[in-house]
Write a protein that binds this ligand. Sequence first.
Ligand code: GRF
Length: 204
Amino acid sequence: MSDDKIKIAVFVSGGGTNLQALIDKQKSGVITSGKISLVISNNPEAYALERAKKAGIKYAVVPRKECATQQEFEDKLNELLTENNIELIVLAGFMCILSESFTSKYPKRIINIHPSLIPSFCGKGYYGLNVHKAALSYGVKITGATVHYVNEIPDGGEIIMQKAVAVEDGDTPEVLQKRVMVNAEWIILPQAVEKVCKLLLMCN
Ligand code: GRF
């Protein structure tokens, strides 16, 4: 714990717009109980790494493809987390599977942002645009985003926060994805991070 803040690691794989929301809300004082101390990507090309660099945040790349096994991948992740005294892991657009042996090491210390109102459109195969395609083909009028604790069940952990977003006539998956990001994900992820960090500080 550095200067009374929870040390946070953000796991990313792609564009990093949720990471950017966390960086911006840490700067603007929405996140005060935690400090983004490390960004880890499985993808060396992730633009999220540029965002970390620009913000002066330490980052590391652990290419899943270069690890012979899931265990080797997770051992490398754990080494980085231990070296940096990380107390909370935030999955923000992270596309790799984490095993039960990994998640069970961090009970209620891993959270994830999912682009639907869980329990709708979640679980195996529901990621990225697939989530919004499913919502549109089902014909729901309301969708949104969910922040939840991560356990061994994909998108199965306790829900922390949700925010609803209207589906508009004529929405494409891309248009809906952007509305969910802007009006839900980028708002509730920083709020949920602050809420969880505050809880963890009380436990320390
Ligand atoms: C977002 O839709 C997020 O909900 C999902 O991954 C997508 C990309 O996130 N988990 P980001 O732009 O890399 O933060």
